[in-house]
Design a protein around this ligand. Structure first.
Ligand code: UDP
Ligand code: MG
Length: 325
């Protein structure tokens, strides 16, 4: 049986074979002081020797768990697998490329224990590559403009949160970037503390400049989800309603004008425009209704993750294999 730890540290890794050992060496003195903990690595379908490095490490690092995703599925899927498998009361997330300093973990926990639901790091002394720093600054600016938040770096991977907060995130797609925002929108208290920043230790960043455009689409998604996730018809219905009414009024005016004053319905271009607006309005309404249908169909759909779980604890010598479904 797996003992229930107080703290679960969740680390997604994709092709980080050379970072595993140095990372765990840095984590060990920290976890030693934590008391009851587990460190969960999610190997996100790595094609290098990441899994082997992890299996070797499970021989000397206590309470190490490894989840192997069958294929590279992205950070959200990796987090979801880790969240689902974890059992700690406090959930810590960090990256596996040594850009996060494990010594910040106790600081995050201390702040969380002051009564917050989520504490995020803020890498205030950005030492990243110039293009990335600019991209991230622009992204943060755009996010705060659209969402009206006060966070400095939205996508800082070092976070501590309560189990309840983690369970309510319900992430998909690229939404891991907005974890603090989503938590806040769901009513959890979120705060930020300054933490260290270091350059990547080994290997390459898995995200290029293209993340800016992806990030932008994710921003639209998160805006939509936070405002209208449970009520898509409120969003589409409003647009549809306005368009329909506009078209209706234009055509009503033209028809009345034609019947009562001029005797003919002129302004054909305008008349068609009115019809077009009404059609668009109906389309938007229909889209909203389909959205409602999707939500109601998804209500009880359990989340499926295809993964294998290995772990080795102090008393067990074999590595166990499990499948999370
Ligand atoms: N990562 C992952 N799956 C992916 C891409 C990245 O699990 O598809 C992991 C990666 O191994 C690292 C973390 O997510 O531990 C952050 O990735 P990276 O350092 O490439 O991102 P950056 O620091 O450049 O934002
Ligand atoms: Mg990194």
């Amino acid at each position: 049986m797996k003992p229930s730890p107080y703290i679960s540290v969740i680390i997604p890794v994709y092709n980080e074979q050379d970072n595993i050992k140095p990372l765990l060496t840095k984590i060990l003195p920290v976890t030693r002081k934590l008391g009851s903990y587990e460190v969960i690595f999610i190997d996100d379908g790595s094609t290098d020797f990441t899994l082997d490095s992890l299996k070797t490490a499970s021989g000397w690092f206590p309470n190490l768990r490894v989840i192997k995703l069958a294929v590279n599925s992205g950070k959200t899927a990796a987090y979801n697998a880790g969240f689902k498998y974890s059992s700690g009361k406090i959930i810590i997330t960090m990256d596996g490329d040594l850009q996060d300093n494990p010594e910040d973990i106790p600081k995050l926990i201390k702040k969380l224990e002051e009564g917050y639901d989520l504490v995020k790091g803020w890498k205030y002394n950005g030492k990243g590559i110039f293009s990335k720093t600019i991209a991230s600054k622009f992204f943060n600016f755009l996010t705060s403009l659209i969402m009206g938040t006060e966070f400095h770096d939205m996508n800082c991977p070092m976070r501590a949160m309560t189990r309840d907060c983690m369970k309510n995130l319900r992430l998909h797609g690229g939404l891991y970037r907005f974890i603090p925002l989503i938590a806040k929108a769901r009513g959890f208290s979120v705060t930020e503390i300054k933490i260290d920043n270091s350059p990547r230790f080994s290997g390459n960043s898995k995200y290029g400049f293209s993340r800016l455009s992806k990030g932008f689409f994710d921003l639209i998604t998160v805006y939509f989800l936070i405002r209208f996730q449970e009520f898509p018809l409120h969003f589409f219905g409003l647009i549809g309603g306005i368009l329909f009414m506009l078209g209706f009024l234009i055509d009503l005016f033209l028809v009345l004008n034609g019947l009562l004053i001029t005797g003919v319905i002129g302004h054909f271009a305008m008349l068609l425009f009115g019809v077009l607006l009404m059609l668009m309005g109906v389309q938007f309404l229909g889209t909203g209704l389909i959205g409602e249908l999707v939500i109601s169909l998804n209500q009880n759909e359990p989340e499926k993750i295809t993964a294998e779980v290995f772990w080795k604890n102090r008393t067990e010598t074999e590595i166990n294999h499990y499948t999370i479904q």
